[in-house]
Write a protein that binds this ligand. Structure first.
Ligand SMILES: [Zn+2]
Length: 346
């Protein structure tokens, strides 16, 4: 399938060195017609390939050879729909995760056409090793007879998965894992509060983009766990003190934001079971269960207490006490209804 994601217009901080070499090659007209970018997963190889494409398609690159971010081409790139950049990836629905021969054939046919905006046509295939044998052979012909105005960018973590005939026709650019000193400030800026960048970078074997992904997944799992704890306490199925203990490992501001969102959704649902707008639409069913247990008036008072706790969260020294107090109140609030879980207020 063909991607239409926005194209980044600045290099990741750890690619400054490789970018300078590439910019020098562009200035000296030493860039070939096919480039194979290799390196470990999760360091930003695709972004780097896109940046190169952007620099070549930009009307007025900067002195450093970077895209200007101002011209019409840069606007098209940032919107993800520049007609002279085609990015081929495996079909999202394909079980084999292969790039099939048909897709490569179409790409090569479009390559034969002239560029739309006149400068150059750039084709990116990632991961290149996802091309099956027939697809890779199809590409070979194009690599053997390149057109003057096109650049083929192959991105690969395991170039050994590509036929030697394809590899030998590409210039090679190997991108390395950044140092922790390069990766950590970038990661720290992007991770949600409460997550430890050093630990995540270690789990991701030093690959910053992978660490960021792991961070989001970890946070999602923590959010699920918190909501389950809240539901279990309401159902009388969990001890509030035990749940408070489990929440302690998380950033209180974050937990209280979640809590406020869930309680207000439960109150909305209690007032109107079909309400359209929810802060957490992904948990409508579970929140409907909570709605049945929250009496409206005390529920609104409880929400105010959560907001007040949120305002104090930054200065809170004892998270355990904070969560215990809130969860004991929550248990008391929902206890009256815990015996009648099917009762609805509509
Ligand atoms: Zn530009």
């Amino acid at each position: 399938m063909i991607l239409s994601d926005p194209v980044p217009l600045v290099p990741l901080p750890w690619f400054d060195g490789p970018w300078q070499s590439l910019a020098t090659a562009i200035r000296g007209d030493r860039l070939g017609h096919a480039l194979l970018m290799t390196g470990p997963a999760g360091i930003g190889k695709r972004q780097f390939a896109d940046l190169l494409a952007a620099a070549l398609l930009c009307e007025r690159p900067t002195a450093a050879g970077l895209p200007c971010a101002q011209c019409a081409d840069c606007h098209l790139l940032a919107a993800g729909n520049h007609p002279d950049l085609t990015r081929l990836v495996p079909d999202a629905e394909s079980k084999s995760h292969e790039i099939k021969a048909d897709a490569v054939r179409e790409l090569c046919a479009s390559q034969a056409m002239t560029t739309s905006r006149g400068r150059r046509a750039v084709f990116r295939i990632a991961p290149a090793e996802a091309m099956n044998r027939v697809a890779a052979n199809g590409l070979l012909k194009t690599l053997e007879e390149p057109s003057a105005s096109t650049l083929m960018l192959l991105v690969s973590e395991t170039p050994s998965g590509l036929p030697a005939t394809v590899r030998s026709r590409c210039q090679r650019l190997h991108l390395r894992l950044p140092s922790a000193a390069q990766a950590l400030p970038w990661l720290r800026e992007r991770l949600p509060q409460g997550l430890d960048p050093e630990r995540l970078l270690a789990i991701a074997h030093g690959a910053p983009l992978r660490a960021l992904e792991l961070g989001s997944a970890e946070l999602l799992a923590a959010r699920e766990g918190c909501l389950k704890g809240l539901s279990d306490v309401a159902a009388g199925a969990a001890d509030p003190l035990g749940v408070a203990q489990a929440w302690q490992s998380l950033d209180p501001a974050l937990v209280l934001d979640w809590l406020a969102g869930w309680i207000s959704d439960a109150l909305r649902l209690a007032a109107d079971a079909q309400v359209k707008h929810l802060t957490n639409p992904d948990h409508r069913d579970r929140l409907r269960g909570l709605a049945a247990r929250v009496p409206p008036q005390p529920g609104h008072r409880y929400l105010q207490q959560v907001y007040a706790a949120r305002a104090e969260a930054l200065s809170t020294v004892n998270k355990q006490l904070l969560f215990e107090a809130l969860l004991l109140r929550w248990a008391a609030l929902t206890a009256g209804r815990a015996q009648a879980p099917n009762r609805t207020t509509t």
